[in-house]
Each structure stands twice: as structure tokens, then as C-alpha cells.
Design a protein. Structure first.
Length: 230
């Protein structure tokens, strides 16, 4: 005799929390996330269906497999994962649990999800992040991104938080940790940008310009006729 698990029929999709690394496609046309555990090799979009990471043909989540998206019930539990060395550059995701799911004591394993909010931590220098920049690692066809302030971006491939939200689509909101969730980096007006987003975009462009001007000045100092000995 097999015991059937109780079925839930919620009126609204449950909310969960997880951490992931933001990624950008090699051609710069798509933005998404990649997991920090089993599903790390399979980048996903804001709205995505889970697939079995072991290549099996059953639907996720299968009771006898570990496949499917994973999240925890409590935001604080997900935030604690960001303390580990390998996850310091990850972002915190607030997701809607869609489709079939299996409930556990600490979270869900489920078939489909929508990422509603991505919370970005500080730059490695400690300043508040205004961009997501090339982190120096990637997956085939995807660049890993990490939080960066305007001063640390320099010439790296990067997106402002607002640009990442627009590229990812599906109503994603991106906020810097400690920022006001009501002033997000998602679509805020007819042109897709509000005042905070325009300020961030301008700061990022100015930082890049300053860096290029510094490099040009250094090249000028070592130009023809300078620093030579007869």
C-alpha cells in the first residue's frame, strides 16, 4: 500500500527565496540566472520550466529524483547562504512557485517559477552596486556577472541594474541591497526609466569615460620621444 502525499490547491502561487548568479548571453541579447548547486550548468530566464538535470525524461519535480527548481520558505535562510565564500557575488531572488511542487520543511522543489525580484549585494570594494559586470567566469554561451559599483566597472562588459532588468524582461525588478523596493530598476515609465535609473546609468557611463581618459593619458605619457635614452 502506497501512501499518497497530501495535495495543496493554493489560491495564489507560494513565494520562495533562493540565491543565483546573474548571467548575460555571449551576444548580449539575453539575461538570466544560473543556480549555485545541481542546476548550475543550466541558465534560466525570469519565467522558466524546470528540466531533469540528470537528463531523464520524467517531468520535474519527480518524487524519486532531485530534479526541479529549489527554494526556501524564509528570506533570512536564503540570505545566510550569501555568507559563504563561493556565493558572495550571488544575488537573492524572490520567486513565485508555479506548477506542481513538493513541499519540504524548509522549502519547495517545483516545476516552474517566475523570478519577481532580484536583490543585488554590494560591490567587492564595499560600495553599493550600480551595475552587474563580467565576473571572470562563465558557462558555454553565457558570461557570469557580479555586483559592481561605477568606479570598479572600468572596461569590463557590464549592464546597469536597470538594463539587466529590461533585458531579462517579464516584469523583473532589480534592487540594490538596502534600497527601496518601491524604487526598482525595472520598467517604471513610458521610456522604461525613472530618475533613479537614469542617475545610475549616467554614473556608470561617466565612470567608464573617466577610466578611458586615464588610459589615454597614460598612453600619451609614453608616446614617441618620451622616456627614451640616447
Amino acid at each position: 500500500m502506497r501512501l499518497r502525499l497530501p495535495e495543496e490547491r493554493p489560491t495564489e502561487p507560494p513565494t520562495g527565496y533562493k540565491i543565483a548568479h546573474p548571467v548575460l548571453s555571449h551576444d548580449g541579447t539575453r539575461a538570466g540566472f544560473t543556480g549555485v548547486s545541481l542546476g548550475g550548468a543550466l541558465p534560466y530566464g525570469v519565467l522558466a520550466d524546470a528540466a531533469c538535470v540528470y537528463g531523464l525524461r520524467h517531468r520535474a519535480p519527480h518524487r524519486r529524483c532531485a530534479c526541479g527548481f529549489h527554494c526556501v520558505h524564509e528570506r533570512a535562510v536564503a540570505e545566510a547562504m550569501l555568507c559563504t565564500t563561493e556565493h558572495r557575488a550571488a544575488v537573492l531572488l524572490e520567486v513565485s512557485v508555479l506548477g506542481a511542487y513538493i513541499r519540504f520543511e524548509r522549502g519547495f522543489r517545483y516545476a516552474r517559477q517566475r523570478v519577481r525580484v532580484a536583490t543585488v549585494g554590494p560591490c567587492a570594494c564595499g560600495a553599493a552596486a550600480s551595475a552587474l559586470a563580467d565576473a571572470g567566469w562563465g558557462r558555454p554561451g553565457w558570461r557570469g556577472l557580479a555586483p559592481s559599483c561605477a568606479g570598479c566597472v572600468r572596461a569590463r562588459t557590464s549592464l546597469s541594474l536597470a538594463a539587466f532588468a529590461r533585458l531579462a524582461g517579464e516584469g523583473l525588478r532589480v534592487v540594490a541591497r538596502g534600497g527601496d523596493p518601491a524604487r526598482t530598476a525595472g520598467v517604471t515609465g513610458a521610456n522604461g526609466l525613472g530618475v533613479p535609473e537614469l542617475v545610475a546609468e549616467a554614473a556608470l557611463l561617466q565612470a567608464r569615460l573617466d577610466w578611458f581618459q586615464t588610459q589615454l593619458a597614460r598612453l600619451g605619457d609614453h608616446g614617441p620621444g618620451r622616456g627614451r635614452q640616447g
